[in-house]
Ligand binder design. Structure first.
Ligand code: PAF
Length: 297
């Protein structure tokens, strides 16, 4: 497996394969690889050559976010990619990606203005900028993104379309633990109590889909149900044996619990087209997101 730290070396490798008519599948990552990333690699391996990148992109982190503590297990990550059958990995330094004097940024498409765009100002500008830069260094035929970051996938799709980037963007299904928790590099920050409460996200999304399939299509009703499950109604029940109060499991903060159009993430009054339910909230010190597509029934 080749490891490149310069954009030019990575581009030469990829361009050589493409000029021989080979398809190249690309998986951009920030490292700390888990089974979710490896499933993207599996999809990329349907191309003739699979390439990954590892770069913890500083421009997509807000000032109070976890850039400094973001895990960077590089040796283990490279071993996983090699074992998975990746041909090359692009691992640039911060200086290679953002050299002295760097000042050009990609304005994110409109679809990035809502949800995460509101909660994390500047986040998508960092994502679109780095992904365009990565696609310049790795001009792949196909690039694979997890639908766990649903809005990110849609933002990148729109950017690639708007800016005529010749790479096909493919969204891949979220990989979950057996109890439903969506895999995320940030799950490692969760204490065991946090992890238990983190299950609320996937449980709420399963419940909202069940309610929708049972016939409820009004998004105000469904969103209210989601919010009540996630934040609780602070009902206390008496534990008869110990006569002490048990408080419901809840998130510590909810950024949003929304049902929007799956295509362009605009709000819906009723689920009359393919939709997606999305949740973002905080448990302890960890911010988690999850979502579930609601296909027309
Ligand atoms: O999803 C991620 O890991 C990152 O946002 C990405 C797409 C690699 C850009 O830094």
């Amino acid at each position: 497996m080749e490891v490149f730290d310069s954009p030019d070396a990575a581009r030469q490798f990829v361009s050589a394969s493409r000029s021989q008519g080979r398809t190249v599948g690309f998986v951009p990552t920030m490292g700390a690889l888990h089974e979710g990333h490896l499933s993207l690699v599996q999809s990329a391996l349907s191309c003739e050559v699979a390439v990954a990148s590892i770069f913890v992109n500083p421009t997509q982190f807000g000032p109070s976010e976890d850039l400094d503590k973001y895990p960077r297990p590089l040796t283990a990550d490279l071993e996983k990619l090699k074992a998975a059958g990746v041909s090359a990995v692009f691992v640039p330094t911060k200086e290679k990606m953002y050299p002295e004097g760097f000042s050009s940024y990609v304005e994110p498409p409109q679809i990035g203005e809502t949800l995460e765009g509101i909660c994390r100002p500047g986040h998508f500008r960092g994502v679109t900028t780095v992904v365009l830069k990565l696609l310049q260094a790795v001009p792949a035929s196909h690039a694979y993104f997890g639908k766990k970051d649903y809005q990110q996938w849609r933002v990148i799709e729109a950017m690639v379309r708007d800016l005529n980037v010749g790479t096909e963007i493919i969204g891949c299904e979220t990989v979950r633990e057996s109890d439903g928790l969506a895999l995320s590099s940030r799950n490692r920050y969760l204490t065991s109590d946090d992890r238990d409460r983190a299950l609320l996200l996937s449980e709420t999304l399963r419940n909202v889909e069940a309610a929708y399939r049972a016939g409820e299509k009004r998004t105000d009703i469904l969103q209210k149900e989601m919010q009540e499950t996630l934040l609780g109604q602070q009902q206390a029940s008496t534990d008869l044996s110990h006569e002490k109060m048990q408080v419901e499991r809840t998130l510590d903060a909810l950024d949003y619990a929304a049902i929007v159009s799956a295509e362009d993430l605009t709000p819906l009054t009723s689920i009359d087209r393919p939709a997606v339910a999305l949740i973002a909230g905080t448990i302890g010190t960890t911010r988690l997101i999850d979502n579930r597509e609601l296909r027309l029934v």
